[in-house]
Ligand binder design. Structure first.
Ligand code: NAD
Length: 255
């Protein structure tokens, strides 16, 4: 198994893409830590994974709170004696408007805080525990919306995900000498749960067809197709890769 004995923390993983990533890494032998903002959904996700025989635990924390993420990384390290993989997945448009005129300051702050600041805070808190020479892998979840102008999301999301891409490259340079790798995936549109289903259904036929027209593989991707790339980036299979942005989008954007 590719991640035998490794400890992986996946933020925002009670559902959606994060849950699929946690499950995929667990199938490869990782001990996974499910993080999310509410107690009930974290417990449910942990129970689901344990019922399938996987090694999972949970930690409730808001990734935009320095105090909470610092305590979370410390607790993970104290419990397991190691921290090998961090996936900065918590984020999204968080139901904020996409039209410029409708984006309030609090919408901007929320999207930037969870997506970009959360990625910074979690990475900053995790890196000291990855510096023991055993290697570490940070995988940030960007988006096609940070790679190119997308009709699906607004400027706050685009700015946050574009920021994550620059953050990924800069941090990779800084922590590479310690054997820590930092990469990002940039997913295209994936129906990851009810919210994305709603977003997709709220798009009219013209908008939906314009998405398909742009995808050489002519379909939306699945959550498992994102998760398997994250597992690859977490594993030794990608041990000479750092600072890369992997476009997982059926060819819709080619970086
Ligand atoms: N689904 C897509 O089409 C798509 C495309 C590109 C990128 N992404 C990115 O993938 C990631 C996951 O997306 P998803 O579609 O699974 O979304 P989702 O809404 O289904 O899941 C996001 C999870 O993050 C959690 N979360 C929100 N704020 C948090 C906080 N402050 N602290 C901790 N957890 C928090 C939510 O509770 C939720 O469980 C996001 O970063 C998103 O931007 C998704």
């Amino acid at each position: 198994m590719k991640l035998e004995g490794k400890v992986a923390c996946i933020t925002g993983s009670a559902r959606g893409l994060g849950y699929a990533m946690a499950k995929h890494m667990a199938t490869e032998g990782a001990k996974v830590v499910i993080n999310d903002i509410d107690d009930v959904s974290v417990s449910n996700a942990v129970e689901l994974l344990r019922n399938e025989g996987y090694d999972a635990s949970g930690y409730v924390a808001n990734v935009a709170s320095k105090e909470q993420v610092t305590a979370m990384m410390e607790s993970i390290y104290d419990t397991n004696g190691r921290l090998d993989v961090l996936v900065n997945n918590a984020g999204g448009s968080l139901r904020t408007p996409k039209i410029l005129d409708e984006i309030m300051e609090e919408h901007w702050d929320m999207v930037l805080n969870v997506n970009l600041k959360g990625t910074f805070l979690c990475s900053q808190a995790a890196v000291p525990y990855m510096q023991d020479g055993s290697g570490g892998s940070i995988i940030n979840v960007a988006s096609i919306g940070g790679r190119t102008a997308s009709i699906v999301t607004g400027v706050a999301y685009a700015a946050a995900k574009g920021g994550i891409i620059s953050f990924t490259r800069r941090l990779a340079k800084e922590v590479g000498p310690f054997g820590i790798r930092v990469n990002a995936i940039a997913p295209g549109l994936v129906i990851s749960g009810d919210r994305m289903q709603e977003t997709w259904e709220n798009m009219n036929d013209v908008e939906q067809n314009s998405v398909f027209d742009e995808i050489p593989l002519r379909r939306l991707g699945t959550i498992e197709e994102q998760a398997s790339v994250v597992t690859f980036l977490a594993s030794e299979d990608s041990k000479y890769m750092t600072g890369t942005i992997v476009d997982v989008n059926g060819g819709r954007f080619m970086g």
